[in-house]
Design a protein around this ligand. Structure first.
Ligand code: GLU
Length: 487
């Protein structure tokens, strides 16, 4: 087999849809699995859709997830240029060559005629198709119009009869009647190619062996095959992948807020976790295992594990996978990622690494960190019913008892001794002395200094983090509130 060469050919639309990222991922994996090359080609010929900075988003995203290209606009290669708009001369040359080979023809129909044609066809209930008006112009007629400078497009000359079959690695052989295929435009009046033409020419010239793309292109594939045949070029292997859906009926779109890679990163998902999850959206590994690094994906991936049916994006599953990646981080790395999220709500001079240590096992998405640590800087207003806990057998009265007993014990601990171990030992001495369950003291204490039902870490950790003064101050305040409510 000749060297495998795959390409990712995004249009610069301004953001990376995760469906596109998944296409890039499968494309990359196939190249690497077979020791081949992964090529990046920017398809920017649709100037109306061009968005400033969009190419940088593509570079940034692919690099962030480790899909490094072997050839592309910024890294070069032997098959450039890799930006479609820089290849304009090439397309015109090949379009004219195709006319000479009998696979295409000049069309001089103007807008008015085409608009009218479309209206007539629609009124008659037939799907609009070019009526091949210019298909049989004589050589002389064509030359005369060209000489007169009449604007023209070049159209594909689809065989009038018979069928065309193409092969997809996933969907198998697909056959269509040629009579259903439109003589589509290959080269527009402004000399720009349509996607339908450019993708074939570029894939051929860049030596692409495997084309991976969304199955919205499946219906056009027969026309591409006819182009390859008319040129006498070898057809690449096609792998059309099914879309990613929000649910049974709706595609995942940017409006859902989950569809773009950058949105997910901003929500606190790790790029490794995103890649791992989207690999599973449409591809099933052989065993039960679901956590794969990029090199492991290359190892495990098989084209026949791809699914023909749409995949449903499951945010809970993504969370769970993200949680696994978070737990697998070293404490230092986790603290580094968590720091900006902690700092959104904690501005005081506390040790964020200590807070991070409490969060690692209970975080699935970084963006949920602020709400977990928002009590550290400032004690929230809280409902005193939090002291009523059936399991711990506590209520407001027991809270007053526990806090009143704990207060002198805590006050006796000096600033320099104030740490988890000392707090733990002294309070356990008190618990033993009182002959009560741990929760009797510790539940009330934790509520009194956090004002929350759930917190990362228990009373000792929180007391250590917020410090001696703040702990004592919060206990006094809570005792006052309890006194008022009981009286
Ligand atoms: N530029 C096309 C897109 O972004 C590429 C399709 C293809 O991979 O051939 O949808």
């Amino acid at each position: 087999m000749s060297e495998v060469r795959t390409r990712f050919a995004p249009s610069p639309t301004g953001y990376m849809h995760i469906g596109n990222l998944r296409t890039a991922l499968y494309t990359y994996i196939i190249a690497k699995k077979y020791g081949g090359k992964f090529i990046l080609r920017i398809e920017d010929t649709d100037q109306e859709r061009y968005v400033e900075g969009a190419v940088d988003t593509i570079y940034r995203t692919l690099r962030a997830v480790g899909l490094n290209w072997d050839e592309g606009p910024d890294v070069g290669g032997d098959y450039g240029p890799y930006v479609q708009s820089e290849r304009m001369g090439i397309f015109k040359k090949y379009a004219i060559e195709l006319v000479e080979k009998g696979g295409a023809y000049y069309c001089f129909c103007d807008k008015d005629r085409l608009t009218e044609l479309k209206a007539v066809q629609e009124a008659a209930g037939i799907s609009p198709m070019y009526d091949r008006h210019c298909r049989n112009l004589s050589k002389e007629e064509i030359q005369a119009k060209l000489d007169a400078g009449t604007p023209y497009v070049i159209r594909q000359k689809i065989p009038l009869e018979g069928t065309t079959t193409f092969h997809d690695e996933l969907f198998g052989d697909i056959t269509v009647e040629n009579s259903t295929l439109d003589d589509q435009i290959l080269l527009k009046a402004d000399g720009m190619p349509t996607y339908n033409f450019a993708n074939v020419v570029d894939d051929h010239l860049m030596g692409i062996t495997h084309v991976v793309r969304g199955n919205e292109y499946l219906a056009s594939a027969p026309k591409y095959n006819l182009l390859y045949e008319a040129f006498g070029w070898e057809v690449p292997k096609y792998i059309h992948v099914a879309p990613i859906m929000k649910d049974k009926h709706n595609k995942l779109s940017k409006r859902n807020g989950d569809a773009s890679f950058e949105d997910l990163v901003a929500k606190g998902y790790l790029s490794e976790a995103i890649i791992n999850y989207i690999a599973l959206l449409g591809w099933a590994p052989k065993g039960e295992r679901e956590i794969f690094s990029l090199p492991e994906l290359i190892e495990e991936f098989e084209i026949d594990g791809l699914s023909k049916s749409p995949a449903i994006f499951d945010p809970l599953k993504l969370r769970a996978i993200n949680g696994e990646y978070i737990r697998a981080l070293s404490p230092e790395k986790f603290a580094e990622y968590a720091e900006p999220y902690i700092r959104q709500v904690v501005r005081s001079d506390v040790d964020t690494a200590k807070i991070a240590a409490l969060l690692q096992n209970r975080t699935e998405v970084f963006s949920e960190i602020p709400e977990q640590v928002d009590f550290i800087d400032e004690m929230p207003d809280y409902d005193l019913s939090l002291y009523e806990n059936k399991k711990m057998k506590t209520n407001r009265e027991t809270a007053v008892d526990a806090l009143t007993r704990a207060l002198p014990v805590l006050e006796a601990i000096s600033e320099s001794e104030w740490n988890f171990q000392v707090l733990h030992d002294r309070l356990f001495e008190l618990i033993a002395e009182m002959g009560v369950k741990n929760g009797y003291v510790l539940w009330s204490l934790r509520v009194a200094i956090s004002g929350k039902q759930f917190t990362p870490g228990g009373a000792f950790e929180i007391a250590e983090i917020i410090g001696r003064d703040e702990t004592l101050k919060r206990i006094h305040r809570s005792l006052e509130m309890l006194a008022v409510s009981i009286a």
